[in-house]
Design a protein around this ligand. Structure first.
Ligand SMILES: Cc1ncc(C[n+]2csc(CCOP(=O)(O)OP(=O)(O)O)c2C)c(N)n1
Length: 591
């Protein structure tokens, strides 16, 4: 044993240095005293971009957005006490969505716990089963540098999915006074100088398993092992798929991209791709899957024999109904997340669709007319949707969302809030290249939205925008509280203000409640003027009066650093009526 344990500063410098060595580039820090050694170590590290946020809930969502946007895990650092619990919502989302976030919570050392010391709580295993790994950091025994670095290496390995699907990890870091030590340096790692990392992401930067394609499309573990020739049993795709009328339905977390579309085209199968699936890129992806599925006549004439489900499609009840009644649903889930939201899969295969199907496609014949029928119906339904969205000069919810998805430039990213925003996007987004859509769909919280969008934008090298309802916007008001020294993106946030939660208008029991009860308990109008919120926080603001003003509003926002709120005021009953008009018109067109 060394005579002396390393100082708090040495521990912090070593942990932080190893984070950078493991490919972490962004750390979000919140202020506090116990965490000072960690904060100062982050601030001093040349290889790290530091972000500071006062509200830990927003800080954690910012890190989530940074990790989603970059495909690399991001780290967060906070003080002891209630600060740590404010991380929990983002940790839950990171768990469910498979996003790597490394949580470092400062703590008092064990001798100062359970004695009523100030700002001390039980922080061990605070996030329960939501984290891939928890470790209580110690001073490190006789080789503290090797130990501390190996802890970080292992944490990052878990975060990037080297061990299980990617996700959050929690290091609780007891720090003993004196907290500051000017003489300390980061402790060396393995004496031979060999990397201590067990992480496959070590020093790999953007090419980490979460990298490039983003955490939602992390490398296929089972797929890799299959292509490497491991002995895992898979059914012969010829027997399951050949000559059948198939439909690929893809949601958040779908593994694959062009390869899926190429293979679906070769099979002659349409693809219903939710915006966050990353597959609504080109044919055979269809734009109007939701509306087609909502047309009884179309569905009864075009029932698929087999549905292949990728990721977690959950945005359209009509599409879900197709899955629910199909006798042959196959889930391709190379990350083995167990996603089968309708719970009716006949086969759950631990393999990427492309890896499984590619060997059979050369000799297979697409089913005659099947894909053409879908593509033709998609064109006709799309024309109906567009015609009915042209009937108003004033901004409408579906119209603004469609136009935003059209106007996003090449190489852009759009962060979309839960509730109607993501559903409207699903209903109107064109099939197009060059736009990546990100949303917190893991547990579909409306919290942390602004911070997530800022993180995604900061991690993206190209134009970014965000789309939210008014409650999602005000829920993360502190996400707008960004200090003058912090990196900020040029980020327009289009806010559809229908005065509370418009989605609840669709609740089946909504109409049975007294209007005042419904309004107070569900719609929850807040009365916060978004323009005032912008002034208070230093954001830009523009109220959109005409649909035609959206392109100029976006261009202005992109030309200026910082957040610009673009407010679109709508009326829920009018919008609900428009939605039903479109549904009926599409059904009439296809019927
Ligand atoms: C943190 C959290 N609290 C509550 C909910 C339940 N919830 C789902 S949608 C919604 C309303 C969202 O309102 P808004 O953001 O204005 O969008 P809109 O419904 O108008 O599209 C609420 C409260 C949730 N998903 N997450």
């Amino acid at each position: 044993m060394p005579d002396q344990q390393p100082s708090a500063t040495a521990v912090a410098l070593t942990l932080v240095d190893e984070l950078a060595a493991q490919g972490v580039t962004d750390v979000v820090v919140s202020p506090g005293s116990r965490s000072a050694p960690l904060s100062l170590a982050v601030a001093a590290h040349e290889g790290l971009r530091m972000h500071v946020r006062v509200d830990e809930r927003s800080a954690a969502f910012l890190a989530l957005g940074l990790a989603r946007g970059s495909g690399r895990p991001a780290a967060i650092v906070c003080s002891s006490g209630t600060a740590t619990a404010n991380y929990h919502p983002a940790v839950m989302e990171a768990d469910a969505a498979g996003v790597g976030v490394v949580v470092l919570t400062a703590d008092r050392p064990p001798e100062l716990r359970d004695i009523g010391a100030n700002q001390t709580a039980t922080q061990q295993h605070l996030y329960g089963g939501a984290v891939r790994w928890f470790h209580e950091v110690s001073a490190g025994g006789d080789r503290p540098g090797v130990y501390l670095r190996s802890v970080v290496a292992r944490a990052v390995a878990h975060a990037v999915g080297g061990v299980a699907p990617p996700g959050p990890v929690h290091l609780n870091v007891p720090l003993r006074e004196p907290l500051l030590d000017d003489t300390a340096t980061a402790l060396p790692g393995h004496p031979a100088g060999a990397p201590v990392a067990t992480s496959r992401s070590a020093r790999s930067g953007p090419a980490s398993p979460m990298g490039g394609l983003g955490p939602d499309r992390a490398r296929s573990r089972a797929g890799d092992s299959t292509s490497a020739g491991s002995a895992r049993w898979l059914p012969d795709p010829r027997e399951v798929l050949d000559g059948r009328r198939g439909l690929v339905i893809a949601g958040e977390g779908a593994v694959g991209g062009d390869d899926v579309l190429d293979l679906a085209a070769a099979l002659g199968w349409p693809v219903i791709a939710e915006p966050t699936s990353g597959l609504r890129l080109r044919e055979p992806a269809v734009r109007t899957g939701h509306w087609l599925a909502a047309s009884e006549a179309f569905v009864s004439a075009h029932r698929p024999d087999v549905v292949v489900q990728l990721g977690r499609p959950v945005l359209s009840r009509a599409v879900a109904a197709i899955v629910a009644v199909c006798d042959d649903v196959i889930v391709c889930d190379p990350l083995e997340r167990g996603w089968d939201p309708q719970r009716n899969a006949r086969l759950v295969l631990p393999v990427a669709f492309a890896d499984w199907v590619a060997p059979m496609v050369a000799g297979s014949d697409p089913v005659d007319g099947w894909l053409d029928a879908w593509l033709d119906a998609d064109r006709r339904a799309g024309a109906v949707v567009d015609r009915l969205l042209e009937d108003s000069d004033e901004p409408t919810e579906l119209g603004v969302v469609r136009d935003l998805a059209r106007l996003m430039p090449a190489n852009s990213v759009l962060t979309v809030a839960s509730s109607l925003a993501i559903r409207h996007l699903n209903e109107t987004m064109p099939v197009r290249e060059g736009l990546r859509v990100v949303g917190n769909r893991g547990v579909s919280g409306i919290d942390g939205f602004v911070s997530t969008a800022v993180g995604v934008a900061l991690a993206h090298d190209g134009p970014s925008a965000a789309l939210a309802g008014d409650l999602s916007m005000v829920h993360d008001m502190t996400g707008l509280v960004i200090g003058p020294d912090e990196p900020v993106p040029a980020l327009p946030i289009v806010v559809i203000n229908n005065d509370g939660g418009g989605i609840f208008d669709l609740l089946p029991y909504g109409s049975q409640l007294a209007a005042a009860t419904f309004r107070r308990l569900f719609a929850t109008p807040h009365g916060v003027p978004l323009g005032g919120m912008a002034i208070t926080t230093g954001a830009g603001y523009l109220g959109l009066d005409e649909m035609a003003d959206l392109p100029g509003a976006l261009d202005d926002a992109w030309a200026n650093p910082g957040i610009t709120i673009i407010e679109v005021t709508t009326d829920t009953p009018t919008e609900t009526a428009r939605y039903h008009r479109i549904r009926e018109a599409v059904a009439a067109e296809l019927g």
